[in-house]
Design a protein around this ligand. Structure first.
Ligand code: HEM
Ligand SMILES: CC(C)=CCC/C(C)=C/CC/C(C)=C/COP(=O)(O)OP(=O)(O)O
Length: 318
């Protein structure tokens, strides 16, 4: 038995001294790497909105959206500690490794959630705060507690949680939700399934062992490959729809053409492969497409930011 799993089983049984938790363990509870892209999309939603936001208000808004997002990650780790103990990818996390107790993670997540929602409301408005509260609720209760262990559609519906942040950013700036915010939501909502399923293709055994009904485990990799292609094709018109709104400009159009071509090519390559081919190269194509999914979303939101900046400088008005 590894040190990590020995610690985990001992601390679960209450027979071992808990290890000292450091700052880095609490920071890890916030899922900082995933949340970095979440927070970036919120920042773009805030900056692309057609109203000026005072830099201090904007910074405060993003800070509390980040804290709220991180808090939802901590609550997810509290609830999913049993699953995280089993999966190779997650067994080194602070709770399964025995460095933070489930109670500490729960208290930390609840406290930060409350602070983030209240402070966002006070700093900006209660539409943004209400959306942040709903997003935390959706990720923790609807996705983590309910859908994740119940249906292979878990990440299709649950993906809505990760799609809200740009809408929260937009609402923080404007106090309302416009068509642009709805389309940014739709973009991330449609992007999440191919993003996650590309990863699930090469992490299938983790989910099999943990008994989580991901599509790869319930319907197999062939069906998952078909779904990745179908959702990527559907993602294309959704991403182009933003071109026709006030936040889509030349940079977004160029990025959308290039990144959709890249992502569609990846989905096509995934679809064409069978397991013999995939095993031969260690799921190299699937790993590449997962990485490209991150470039795709990051690139489109960078392009929105470039258009907003150049519009702000009067370089173009479209
Ligand atoms: C239900 C929705 C989603 C699911 C199930 C999902 C699942 C995952 C998983 C399992 C990983 C593996 C690596 C890790 O544990 O850090 C991952 C990585 C990542 N995800 Fe997602 N994701 C979802 C939505 C999102 C959203 C909405 C964003 C951002 C807008 C995002 C951004 C990222 C990033 C940046 C990484 C790479 C982290 C790293 O570098 O390690 N994900 N995702
Ligand atoms: C502002 C705010 C509240 C934002 C929340 C954004 C959000 C819900 C992002 C979802 C990201 C994510 C890592 C899902 C992973 O699924 P998982 O939990 O099944 O992954 P795991 O196996 O890595 O724990």
């Amino acid at each position: 038995m590894s040190d990590a799993s020995l610690n985990a089983s001992q601390s679960k049984a209450g027979s071992a001294e808990p290890q000292e938790a450091g700052f880095s363990d609490f920071f890890a509870l916030l899922k900082p790497r995933v949340m970095s892209l979440v927070v970036f999309t919120a920042l773009v939603g805030l900056l692309a909105a057609p109203v000026g936001v005072h830099p201090v208000v904007g910074f405060t808004a993003i800070l509390f959206i980040a804290i709220g997002g991180g808090a939802s990650g901590a609550l997810n780790m509290w609830w999913d500690a049993d699953i995280d103990r089993i999966m190779k990818r997650t067994k080194g996390r602070p709770i399964p490794a025995g460095r933070i107790t489930e109670g500490e993670a729960f208290g930390f997540g609840i406290a930060l959630s409350g602070i983030a929602v209240i402070m966002l409301g006070l700093a900006t408005n209660f539409v943004a705060a209400g959306l942040l509260a709903f997003t935390i609720f959706f990720y923790v209760v609807i996705y983590s507690m309910w859908l994740k262990r119940w249906t292979p559609q878990n990440i299709v519906i649950g993906g809505a949680a990760g799609a809200f942040p740009p809408m929260i950013g937009w609402a923080a700036a404007t106090g309302s939700v416009g068509i642009e915010a709805v389309l940014m939501f739709a973009l991330i909502f449609m992007w999440t399934p191919p993003h996650f399923w590309a990863l699930a293709l090469f992490m299938k055994s983790d989910y099999d062992e943990a008994g989580v009904p991901m599509l790869t485990s319930t319907h197999g990799r062939r069906v998952t490959r078909n779904h990745i292609l179908a959702y990527t094709v559907l993602l294309v018109p959704v991403s182009f729809a933003l071109v026709f709104t006030s936040i889509g400009g030349p940079a977004y159009l160029v990025a959308a053409i290039a990144l959709n071509a890249l992502f569609l090519r990846g989905a096509w390559r995934i679809w064409r492969r069978d397991e013999t081919m995939a095993e031969a190269d260690g799921y190299g194509v699937e790993k590449t497409v997962f990485r490209h999914s991150l470039y795709y979303l990051f690139g489109l939101f960078v392009a929105i930011l470039i258009d907003a900046t150049l519009r702000g400088f009067g370089v173009w008005s479209v």
